[in-house]
Each structure stands twice: as C-alpha cells, then as structure tokens.
Design a protein around this ligand. Structure first.
Ligand code: GDP
Length: 611
C-alpha cells in the first residue's frame, strides 16, 4: 500500500494496536517511543489521520479538545496539525520545501531553454470509427512492446502507456477516439503529437473516420493511417487509399505525405511497421523538451481512491516531475507525495513524454487540465489567484461565438478566418454547401471549413466548435438534445438554413464584416387549421386548434403548409365562438384571421411569433 502524505521516520505503529489501547489514544501513544512526523503547511484532517494511522474520528476529537471544530475533509494548517500530532506523541517537524536548487520562477509560461532541449518520445492518440479496431490495436501494441521488461507482468490501466521499439520510446494515450482527444484540447492541452487513424479495410472510411480526420486537422496533428483488418477476406486496401485521397489525405505511394500502414490488430500483423513509421513522423516533427526545467504536464485521467485522495495520471510534457514538488493543477494545488509508473512501481521522477500516476493533489482534476510545478505553496496560491483573475478577464473579452460577432471581428480586422462546421441532411448537400462556401471570397477574409459531414449536429461537433471558435451551420438537419444543451452552456452558435442561397448570403456578409445582429424572434404558439369558414364574399377564417403556446390578436404570424412558409402577416381577428378575444391558449379552438391571406387549407399551421 502506498503511504499518503509526509515522510515518517522511525518505527510504524499500527492503528489497530493504538485502538486496542482505547480512549483517545493519548495515553497509549505517549507510553511508546515518540515517532518523527514531517507535516506540510496544510493538510486535511483525513490526511493527518492517515499520516498517524489513526481513525479520523479520534483526530477530530483531539482537535475539538483544542477548540478546533473541523470535519474530516477540512484543511488545517501546520500549527494546528502539529499541536494535535504532538499531543498524540509525535515529534513533528515541517516538511522541507521542494528540492534544493529547484529553479525559482513565478510565471506559468516559462519557456524551455533552447540549449538544453533533448529529443522526447512522441505522444500518440488512436482515432477512428467505432469497431474499426482502436482498442484492439492499443492492446496489441501494449502487449508487444511494454517497456521496463514488464512483459507478462502486471500492468494497470492508467490512461497512457509507453512502449519501447528498437531502443526508442513511444507514448500512447489509451483513451481512443476524437471526443476524448478534442475534450482534452478544449481545456487548453495539446497532449498529442501524432494521431493514428484506424480505418478497417473491409468497411472503409465511415462518418467517425471523417470526424477524426477533421478533429486531427483542426489540432494540426500529423496523421499516420493504420489500415486495419487486412486479414478479413473482403479487405480492400486500395479502396481505403482512394477514400483517403478523397478526404485530402494523399498517401506517400501516390505522391503525398501521409503514411498508410496495412495492419491486422487482431492477428498482430504490421504492428512493428506501424511503430517504425510513427517514429519516422516523430523525427520529422522534431519533438524536443527540456528535462531540467520545472515540470509541466497534462492530466490524462483521474479518480478518487479511498483513503488516498485523488490519484491522477499526468503526462509530463516538459521538465521533470519529482516527488515532493508543489504543483498547480487547474484551480487547485497539491504536493506530489508519490509517483507511480504504469507498472504500479514507485518512481522518484518522471521526464518528458512519460505518463506517471501521482498522489497528493488537493482536488480531483479533470482530463486535459494542465499541471505546473511551482517553487512553493505561496507561489501556487498566488498563481491560482492570478489565473482565476485572468480567466475572469478572458470571459469578459469573449472570442467571437456567434456569426454576427465573428463578422464584427472580421470587420475590425481582428480575425481573417471564419471557422465553420457544416452538418447537412444528406451527403449530396455536404458537397453543395462546401462548393458554395469555398467560392465565397472577400479580400482578407475567408471561410475555414473545419468539418463538413452529413448527419445531425452532435456533441462532438459542439466540442470541436468550442475548441476551434467555430460556428455550426445546420442545413436541413437537427440538433441532438445533448448537443443543444452543451451549445447553450458553451455559447456555441448553431445556425439553421434550408436554402443554400440564404446561407451563402449570410456567410458572404459575415466575411465582409457587415452581418449585423438580428434580434431573434420568439415563437409564441401554433394553431392547426381544422376547418375553413368564409366571412362575407372574400374573407376566410381558419377554424383552428391551438396546439401549443398562445395566439394573440395583432401578433405577427406566418402560415405554414408542408414545412413551407406561404405567407406572413399579423393576426387580424381572433374569435372564440362568436366573441372577439385578445388571446387563446393551448387546448382551445378559435377562429383566426391573418391579414392579407384567404387561402387557408385544413392542415395548415399558423405560427405566431414576436421579435
Ligand atoms: P474500436 O471500437 O475501434 O475500439 O474497435 P475494437 O478494437 O473494439 O474492435 C472491434 C471489433 O473488430 C472486435 O470484434 C475486434 O476483435 C475486431 N478487430 C479488431 N481488429 C481486427 C483485425 O485486425 N482483424 C479482424 N478480423 N478483426 C479485428
């Protein structure tokens, strides 16, 4: 079992034997030889109890005796903790500040020292369509080449692993898929150097393959293609290659730059070839880091472990992370109490591109959070405060999130790219919309189509839009409920069009910096026409049932038939039986007259809106 917290010198005492001595344990403890205990500047009651291997309740009682009323998760300072620990028979001393000689700095964005850069292993993420073999490939690679001579040994899932291929290391993030990839990126982390795109040779490029390609491109991450399942009889490698070219990934043998490796993840074929090619791409990318600087990394995975607190996997990106160091993660800080390799072994440090588990964080971090080593607890606290201030300020000066805001930014010359994500009803429309948008041109501004595909607007689209400051355009398609919620929270603009002309007009105006905000109309209610009554010779009244909301006299209305708007005009008359009324609500029948329209048919919908 790993110890949580500070260093303890001297003989260990078991909690059970202390308990058997009864009471608040004071007498029992004092009767034995005092033990040494190093305590940090702050820790929770629980951590203090763990340190002393006592039941937290007894620590709480001891605190109460000293007029400190703290619950199990509350943080207490060194003075309080040491008072209690001393009374419980410990020789207490302060835990030393992090390593001597540790570079002092107060800026988060400390640059690597160019003279100290050394090569670091590439960090690889596996992307691709569901069932194309991502997990099988991760398993195959892991089994074949685990480092540290761990083959056959117990390795645990910690969210990332490292393999050794011909003396060179490669780190794999083993949460496959572009959703996780972009979710991490949306938190500001660029964890991946190379994306391996898995395409099943029998299935070819599928919708999520296209999403994966676009997500990798949006992140400017080079792609290596693994054409998987070449063992199955109907595998068609050439077809996959052709499809890749259609998606802008021209493979090497056809004069392009993309490496495609045929493999069978299940039969463990072609794995070495794939690893070798990953290293070729890594070489071109010239991945370097400075192992001497304070560490910076990204959280890959995290969970709370009973009695130990948050356990997080950090992928160290630069610098070296060491036991005892103070770190800032997201909006909290902690002290690295223990580092564990993926094999579950205690290690004292972890260098660039190394995944390592750490104990000692104050709060549970999220995947994608950045971790920074800092000189001291004080610096940590200052940084967190500073960062919060900066985040608040950023929220005020928002990056453009609506088409109108983007247009205004283009108009001011702040940005030149209009990032769009296009989703359409059918594949044919994707090409039509793409063709139209690509033709739009304005000096100094252009459309950057980050992703275009057929299908509903999903959460992955919203995530990509948020990460790339893009606007989502839906053409004859709908938004999935989860995606709608996410878009509302993240202020992602989703625009709907059903006529290409309207779309190109809006985008053209946006590029010219001329699109002005439209005040969104609010739909107030709908009436369904059930009968049509003549009034006089020409006028017609629609005998309608109010299906939702309300219909109000004089409100703006439109008549819709078969999804098409036939006419717009105000509600000129509203009757309930013979009486004129001002408003009718859902569930009632009424007679509606719409100004300038007399051609009602049964089945028409009258939509009332305000703007
Ligand atoms: P993921 O959804 O992309 O992670 O796909 P999985 O790794 O779960 O694989 C989906 C299915 O394809 C499983 O039944 C695998 O056994 C199978 N599979 C994966 N790789 C291969 C392969 O190289 N050849 C064959 N024949 N089947 C494979």
């Amino acid at each position: 079992m790993q110890r949580y917290g500070g260093r303890r010198r001297g003989r260990r005492r078991s909690g059970a034997s202390a308990a058997s001595n009864g009471g608040p344990y004071r007498g029992a403890v004092q009767a034995t030889v005092p033990r040494d205990l190093e305590l940090p500047k702050t820790l929770t009651v629980k951590q203090l109890a763990d340190e002393m291997e006592l039941d937290p309740i007894s620590v709480i009682k001891e605190l109460m005796r000293n007029d400190v009323f703290a619950n199990i998760n509350q943080t207490i300072d060194y003075d309080t903790a040491s008072l209690v620990a001393r009374e419980l028979g410990y020789n207490v001393s302060a835990m030393p500040e992090a390593e001597e000689g540790f570079a002092a700095y107060s800026e988060l964005n400390l640059e690597d020292d160019p003279d100290k850069l050394v090569e670091r292993p590439p960090v690889v993420t596996i992307l691709g369509h569901v069932d194309h073999g991502k997990t099988t490939l991760l398993d195959a690679i892991r089994e074949s080449k685990i480092t540290e001579g761990e083959v056959g040994g117990i390795t645990q899932h910690i969210g990332a692993y490292q393999v050794d291929y011909n003396g060179r290391k490669i780190t794999f993030l083993d949460t496959p898929g572009h959703e996780a990839f972009t979710a991490m990126r949306s938190r500001g982390a660029k964890a991946t150097d190379i994306a391996v795109l898995v395409v099943a040779a029998d299935d070819g490029i599928m919708p999520q393959t296209v999403e994966a390609i676009d997500h990798a491109k949006a992140a400017s991450v080079p792609i290596v293609v693994a054409i998987n399942k070449v063992d199955v009889p109907d595998a068609d490698i050439e077809r996959v290659k052709r499809q890749l070219v259609e998606r802008g990934l021209v493979i090497e043998e056809w004069g392009g730059e993309v490496i495609a490796v045929p493999i069978s993840a299940r039969e463990r074929m072609g794995i070495d070839d794939l690893l070798e090619n990953i290293l070729v791409v890594a070489e071109v990318a010239e991945l370097r880091a400075d192992p001497d600087r304070p560490a910076m990394g990204v959280i890959v995975e995290a969970q709370v472990v009973k009695s130990k607190g948050p356990l997080a996997t950090v992928l160290v990106q630069t610098g070296t992370l060491r036991q005892g160091q103070t770190v800032v993660v997201g909006s909290s800080w902690g002290r690295v109490k223990a580092l564990m390799s993926e094999a579950g072994r205690r290690v004292s440090s972890a260098g660039p591109s190394t995944p390592v588990e750490i104990l000692g964080l104050g709060h549970l971090p999220q995947a994608g959070d950045t971790l920074w080593t800092v000189r001291s607890e004080k610096v940590a606290k200052d940084l967190i405060r500073d960062r919060q201030r900066r985040l608040d300020a950023e929220r005020q000066t928002l990056t453009p999130t609506t088409l109108e805001e983007a247009s205004a930014s283009i108009g001011r010359g702040d940005v030149s790219d209009l990032n769009l994500i296009v989703k359409t009803d059918v594949q044919g429309s994707v090409d039509a919309v793409r063709g139209t948008l690509e033709k739009l041109a304005v000096d100094g501004a252009r459309v950057n189509l980050i992703h275009a595909a057929a299908g509903t607007i999903n959460e992955s689209d919203v995530l990509l839009a948020r990460t790339s400051s893009a606007i989502i355009v839906g053409f004859n398609t709908r938004v999935e409920p989860g995606a709608r919620q996410m878009a509302d929270v993240d202020r992602v603009d989703i625009r709907h069009y059903d006529i290409i002309y309207r779309l190109s007009e809006d985008v053209q105006r946006a590029l010219e910096g001329l699109l002005t905000p439209v005040y969104q109309e609010i739909v107030e209610g709908h009436g369904e026409v059930r009968a049509v009554f003549p009034v006089g010779r020409r006028l017609r009244i629609a005998g309608s049932y109010v299906t939702d909301g309300r219909i109000t006299r004089n409100a703006a209305a439109r008549v819709i038939r078969g999804g098409q708007v036939l006419h717009s005009g105000s509600v000129s008359s509203l009757k309930h039986f013979k009486d004129d009324v001002r408003e009718m609500t859902a569930g009632y029948e009424c007679g509606i007259g719409v100004e300038g329209f007399n051609d009602f048919e049964v089945g028409d919908v009258i939509e009332v809106f305000s703007s």
